[in-house]
Design a protein around this ligand. Structure first.
Ligand SMILES: [Zn+2]
Length: 356
């Protein structure tokens, strides 16, 4: 299968990827008849100097995930062309309207991270996905797309990766992922229509992240977002400066966990592509375990109290297997069937490299 064709895009791109120095502008999207939007402007910056790899840095794939957007904006401000060998292309806030509205999804209700590889003749969101697939990914060697959990949840701050089949690509991705120097890294899979799926299909080194979530960004989490981003850019050789490792920082090795869908492993509780535990009933969620801590099989990690009947016993949410609690809903109001918790099984780095 070839790459999507760039010439078919209707999105106006002000950046000349052949030029050195700093360029800043906006991708001009066409009007969206489904929402009445006059046509969004998506900021894009290219910082190029000399020879070296091209890295695409993006955030705001989901609008309400802000730590990555802030790190990308700071990158644009702080990096001078003289510090760069190659090119850094930054799209700091992909879903600009959703970011302003504090929503995960676009005003049309569509999810940018389920819109790949995109369609130049489809809805505007698919046109933008197609622009990434047909114009931005082919320019890049490395693709970094930064996420958090969104406004209602928390995922342990970390870098992660959607595991590709190719062992050479997998190793390069794992080594880049580790350069974020987070306490955890997790492996996931996806349905094939995510941004990393298409970038990986085109052979890129792809690193994705989770930086907590909710409506408060702890200073330490924003620092992890920034320091990790800078360190990965140094690791791939596009940015000047010394690479640091967890060992050089005096930190213990990271913990690798597998959050991939394991068919049937958690029975009724699982739905979707990560092992998210779903709420069996509606009510008020009391969290019993902090993310990033080990959990035993059968251990209660939360309980759901009834809104209506204070005499009713709460419903316990238990871990279906031994692992680490990687993510948890933080907004206590839950609806039946909502994703509540993400558990990862600890895995060996060498096993992931050997088996995928
Ligand atoms: Zn996201």
């Amino acid at each position: 299968m070839g790459n999507p064709e760039a010439g078919t895009s209707r999105i106006h791109n002000p950046i000349d990827f052949g030029k050195t120095g700093r360029q800043a502008g906006h991708l001009q999207l066409p009007p969206d008849p489904t929402t009445g939007s006059a046509g969004e402007r998506v900021p894009i910056v290219c910082i190029a100097n000399g020879s070296g790899p091209t890295v695409l840095v993006s955030a705001g794939n989901h609008g309400d995930e802000y730590a990555g957007q802030l790190a990308a904006l700071r990158l644009i401000r702080d990096i001078e062309p003289a510090q760069v060998s190659g090119r850094i292309i930054v799209v700091p806030i992909i879903s600009t309207e959703a970011s302003r509205a504090n929503t995960r999804l676009w005003p049309s209700g569509a999810n940018f991270n389920r819109s790949f590889p995109g369609n130049p003749d489809g809805p505007v969101i698919e046109q933008l996905a197609h622009f990434f697939s047909a114009v931005l990914f082919p320019e890049a060697d490395v693709v970094i797309d930064m996420h958090s959990s969104g406004r209602d949840g928390w995922i342990e701050p970390c870098s992660h990766m959607c595991v590709p089949k190719d062992p050479v690509q997998r190793k390069a991705m794992l080594e880049a992922m580790e350069m974020w120097n987070s306490d955890f890294h997790f492996f996931y899979t996806s349905a094939g229509n995510y941004l990393p799926n298409e970038a990986e299909r085109q052979g890129k080194i792809v690193v994705t992240t989770e930086f907590g979530g909710g409506t408060r960004i702890p200073v330490a989490v924003q620092a992890l977002a920034w320091n990790g981003l800078v360190n990965v850019l140094r690791h791939v050789g596009v940015l000047e400066g010394e690479v640091v490792t967890r060992a050089s920082l005096g930190l213990p090795p990271p913990i690798f966990v597998d959050c991939r869908y394991d068919n049937g492993s958690v029975g009724e509780a699982v739905s979707g592509l990560m092992d998210f535990i779903k709420a069996p009933v509606a009510g008020l969620l009391e969290v019993l375990v902090e993310t990033g801590t080990p959990v035993a099989e059968g251990q209660p990690i939360g309980r759901i109290w009834s809104h209506l009947d204070p005499t009713r016993q709460p419903v316990d949410i238990t871990s279906p297997f031994e692992g680490y609690l990687m993510g948890m809903k933080t907004l206590p109001v839950v609806e039946q069937g909502q994703s509540l918790a993400l558990i990862g099984r600890q895995v060996d780095r060498s096993d992931v490299l050997a088996k995928g």
